[in-house]
Design a protein around this ligand. Structure first.
Ligand SMILES: C[S@@+](CC[C@H](N)C(=O)[O-])C[C@H]1O[C@@H](n2cnc3c(N)ncnc32)[C@H](O)[C@@H]1O
Length: 438
């Protein structure tokens, strides 16, 4: 028990140090752990431990600080995170308390800090004997584990929904799958999953979606290697319907990597797709996905805000702008995001979003549709971008559309996180009007 219990906790403490002290994304930090972990079960446990601490970091941090008489030396900072993990595990009570304390003490030794083992043991034993701390009251930072700036923005933008949004940001997310209907049917894919012991449900509103009732190893799902399935949230699966695709159209996916929506477009219609992204490494993943799914399009590394070098002058019938954003709609999926973003990022994103919209508009043929999407819930990246764009472009009109359980924000509609178990997404559909007199 000692060695196996210590390893994932030590790895999680190092990953949290990377995220919270060095600003690294959790996925990158976990990838960087390399041979510290040797089984996928370890990996899943490390991710779970990290996610839980990131969702409740302010309260756990405060409790650990209160137990330490003085802050730990810089080189031992990872032990602060190890203590936060153990304190959370004691609350969680998934494992017996003595096993949690023992594993933490062993992890300190395994991490080369044996002289600190006594301190860790003493802190956790005191924590075990301590009466429960005060209720967090209505302090959003402690209650929802959110940075103050983000909680304030959510309350300003969504005064009636803020508590539901903040709570949804801390619920573990479901796994939504997208069925590649070029290769199978939703019913056949569902039957194969159920036959493999994976209960799942379909959603009548989404023609390609299946929701798994519990987490599973994706690579091992029946039909995954054969390209029958991909992982994609229900909120993201809406984009393809709003594009109103038809065979023969020329389609641009302007912020396409890693390629979820681009693949969905190709699964749905025989279109000529150009998928671009500014990030070369992420762009390679678009083509890897197409190969697995048996799809073909053209992918290129390119800047959507500067079309001159890559546009061949032929207009597009459809453009999807799945813009870079704060990702505040997917906090439940990425609990690190709240600690990696800064408030100043929102304004910087808005400038990029404006630049991309403006640059691409003239590439759309008159009568064509542009779908602007973000996985943000902040008006500054959504509604306000749409308003600004419509003020400047006299040949643009918003297209009304229905989407169940969403908020009309004029222009566009917002999916709030957790509604119908979807991630938070914003969608705006714009039609380019024919030129004056045409
Ligand atoms: C929300 S993600 C896109 C997700 C993707 N549509 C999917 O469904 O898998 C936003 C993407 O925009 C890209 N990006 C940011 N600025 C860009 C620019 N100026 N031109 C093209 N891509 C850009 C980022 O590299 C990132 O991959």
């Amino acid at each position: 028990m000692a060695a196996t219990g210590a390893r994932p906790r030590l790895a999680a403490a190092h990953a949290l140090t990377e995220v919270l002290d060095r600003g690294r994304a959790l996925t990158d930090a976990l990838d960087g752990l390399g041979d510290r972990l040797d089984a996928s079960r370890d990996r899943a446990q490390v991710r779970r431990l990290c996610n839980r601490v990131l969702r409740n970091w302010p309260a756990l941090d405060a409790r650990v600080r209160a137990r330490l008489r003085k802050p730990l030396a810089r080189r031992n900072r990872w032990i602060h995170f190890l203590l936060a993990i153990a304190v959370d595990e004691l609350d969680d009570a998934r494992e017996p308390a003595p096993a949690v304390v023992h594993a933490a003490v062993e992890a300190v030794r395994a991490g080369g800090a044996a002289p600190m083992a006594g301190l860790v043991n003493a802190v956790l034993r005191t924590e075990l004997r301590a009466p429960p701390g005060p209720e967090p009251g209505d302090d959003d930072v402690l209650r929802y584990g959110m940075p103050g700036w983000l909680a304030r923005r959510i309350r300003t933008d969504w005064p009636d929904d803020a508590d539901a949004i903040l709570a949804a940001g801390n619920r573990p997310p479901p796994t939504w799958l997208r069925v590649n209907r070029r290769r199978t049917t939703v019913e056949a894919a569902r039957a194969a999953l159920e036959a493999a012991g994976l209960p799942c449900t379909v959603d009548a509103r989404l023609p390609d979606a299946i929701r798994l009732e519990r987490p599973a190893a994706i690579g091992q799902l029946p039909g995954f290697r054969e390209g029958h399935l991909s992982v994609q949230d229900a909120g993201a699966q809406v984009a393809v319907d709003l594009l109103d695709l038809a065979a023969g159209q020329r389609v641009l996916d302007a912020c396409a990597a890693p390629g979820g929506k681009a693949a969905h477009i190709l699964e749905r219609a025989d279109v000529e797709l150009l998928a671009i992204d500014r990030d070369a490494a992420r762009t390679r993943r678009i083509e890897t996905g197409w190969a697995r799914l048996g799809l073909s399009g053209r992918a290129a590394v390119a800047d959507a805000a500067r079309p001159d070098p890559w546009w061949d002058g032929r207009p597009f019938d459809r453009i999807l702008v799945d813009a870079p954003c704060s990702a505040t709609g997917v906090l439940r999926r990425h609990p690190d995001v709240r600690w990696l973003r800064r408030e100043a990022d929102i304004e910087a994103n808005a400038a990029i979003q404006d630049a991309i919209l403006e640059a691409l508009w003239s590439l759309l043929r008159p009568g064509g549709l542009l779908v602007y999407a973000t996985c943000s819930i902040l008006h500054a990246e959504n509604r306000d971008r749409g308003r600004k764009f419509l003020e400047r472009q006299s040949d643009a009109e918003p297209v009304a559309f229905e989407l169940p359980e969403t908020r009309a924000v004029d222009p566009g509609r917002q999916i709030l996180p957790g509604s119908l178990d979807r991630d938070g997404f914003y969608y705006l559909v714009l039609r380019r009007l024919p030129a004056d007199g045409a």
